[in-house]
Design a protein around this ligand. Structure first.
Ligand SMILES: N[C@@H](CCC(=O)N[C@@H](CS)C(=O)NCC(=O)O)C(=O)O
Length: 195
């Protein structure tokens, strides 16, 4: 069964494309934008990424990453282990403490209708992001979140690091730069970025 990934590369769909490249499994990529007709036809929510496998339509990048990593036995600790619980805690913390700040800033820049935007929210988001990333880097075992090998949580955090750069968020500590460079140097990351 092959996979079809819907979603432009410069979106959360990148996370799924990167993992598929790491796994070395075949897939088809439909570079559709958020709320495009193509996406809404398969997922009325209109958000990207969407993964289609046979008749199944899966939404949410973290859910898709977790499914693919479990299914192909890579980039994850096994379900039902303490290591997996620690890994999931990183995933949820990154969504809470890093992605949510970027998403709030994006919503108040170009997503919400203009009359609902509050641009003043962006500076507090930037300040909180810097604090949270510094704390995550202090607590990270290294060189990756779970130690010697990257996992799905690293894919999400690295994607957020790139998003932060384009949103002009603070760079964070030097260790974060080293961490991002190591992940971006991976051939699978490069292949996904070139799509
Ligand atoms: N939690 C979801 C969020 C998906 C999401 O909001 N994607 C953005 C693009 S990166 C989108 O489709 N936005 C359009 C919208 O919110 O209507 C995930 O991780 O997949």
């Amino acid at each position: 069964m092959t996979y079809t990934v819907y979603g432009a590369v410069r979106s959360r769909a990148f996370r799924v494309l990167w993992l598929l490249e790491e796994l070395g499994v075949p897939y088809t990529h439909v570079a559709a934008g958020p709320q495009s007709e193509e996406v809404r036809k398969i997922s009325p929510l209109g958000k990207i990424p969407v993964l289609v496998e046979g008749d199944a339509v899966l939404r949410d990048s973290s859910a898709i990453l977790t499914y693919l990593a479990d299914k192909h036995g890579a980039f994850t600790a096994a379900a039902g282990t303490l290591a997996r619980a620690q890994q999931d805690a990183w995933t949820f913390r990154i969504l809470d403490e890093v992605e949510s700040l970027l998403w709030t800033a994006s919503k108040h820049t170009f997503v919400l209708p203009e009359d609902e935007r509050v641009p003043e929210i962006k500076d507090p988001c930037r300040a909180e992001y810097a604090r949270n990333v510094a704390r995550i880097m202090d607590e990270m075992e290294g060189p990756y979140l779970m130690g010697s090998a990257p996992c799905v949580a690293d894919i999400i955090l690295c994607h957020c690091g790139g998003w932060a750069q384009s949103a002009k968020f603070p760079k964070g500590p030097e260790r974060f730069g080293t961490y991002l460079s190591a992940l971006r140097a991976r051939p699978a990351f490069q292949r996904a970025a070139a799509l």
